[in-house]
Design a protein around this ligand. Structure first.
Ligand code: 3PG
Length: 213
């Protein structure tokens, strides 16, 4: 049973491992291992494979043994997703929002969870349960960096990973904030580069992203 304090410790460690968490949407599990290797070689070891495609769980299985990977499942919405993610080899989970069911399931499965919160009330609800890390999603349309900056005054205890609409151009706006530990984004793993197996390009994008902040 992972209590909230231990969840904070584990998720913060993951969030501090690299400035960018690649958000990966994979249609072919055959691309998973070389993709993970390219991202890690470029300096981004924390990977979020979204549970949005039929290939997602097989992709996590394929990445689980890649040396250096800190492997998470994204778009984890309920207890069933928690069980599938854990079974496939994910060592943490990310959710766009939060429900009681999800918090309990992740805690019971010993799976560190980065749950989503954007409003002051959502942040307060997580804080009230002892959680001090959160995904800020969708970042761009939820007020972006100015919204996070505003939240840092009354609610400085919460540390965020903004995701959704983050790009190389605006990543530093987020990363320079005191309540942001990392950002999430799909730009480091473009669909076309994955489909064409252009791992060199993806490693280059990861290298640039790893130097942000
Ligand atoms: C997602 O859930 O797809 C992520 O938030 C990624 O968003 P992005 O494509 O804007 O980086």
């Amino acid at each position: 049973m992972l209590n909230a304090e231990e969840n904070n410790f584990q998720t913060l460690k993951i969030m501090r491992a690299a400035p960018v968490i690649p958000v990966l949407v994979l249609d072919d599990a055959g691309t998973a291992q070389p993709l993970a290797e390219a991202l890690i070689s470029g300096g981004l070891p924390v990977l979020e494979v979204t549970l949005r495609t039929d290939a997602a769980l097989d992709s996590i299985r394929a990445m689980a043994n890649v040396p250096g990977a800190i492997l998470g499942a994204g778009t984890v919405l309920n207890a069933s997703d928690v069980a599938s993610a854990k079974d496939a080899g994910a060592t943490f989970a990310v959710s766009p929002g939060v429900t009681d069911e999800l918090l309990v399931a992740a805690a019971e499965a010993d799976l560190p969870l980065l749950a989503g919160a954007v409003t002051a009330s959502e942040v307060m609800a997580l804080l009230a349960r002892g959680y001090r890390t959160a995904k800020f999603f969708p970042a761009g349309t939820s007020g972006g960096a100015p919204a996070l900056k505003a939240l840092s005054s009354p609610l400085p205890q919460m540390t965020f990973c903004p995701t959704g609409g983050v790009s190389p151009e605006n990543a530093n706006d987020y990363l320079s904030l005191p309540n942001v530990a990392c950002v999430g984004g799909s730009w480091v793993a473009p669909k076309m580069a994955i489909e064409s197996g252009d791992w060199g390009h993806i490693a280059d994008l990861a290298r640039d992203a790893s130097k942000l902040r």
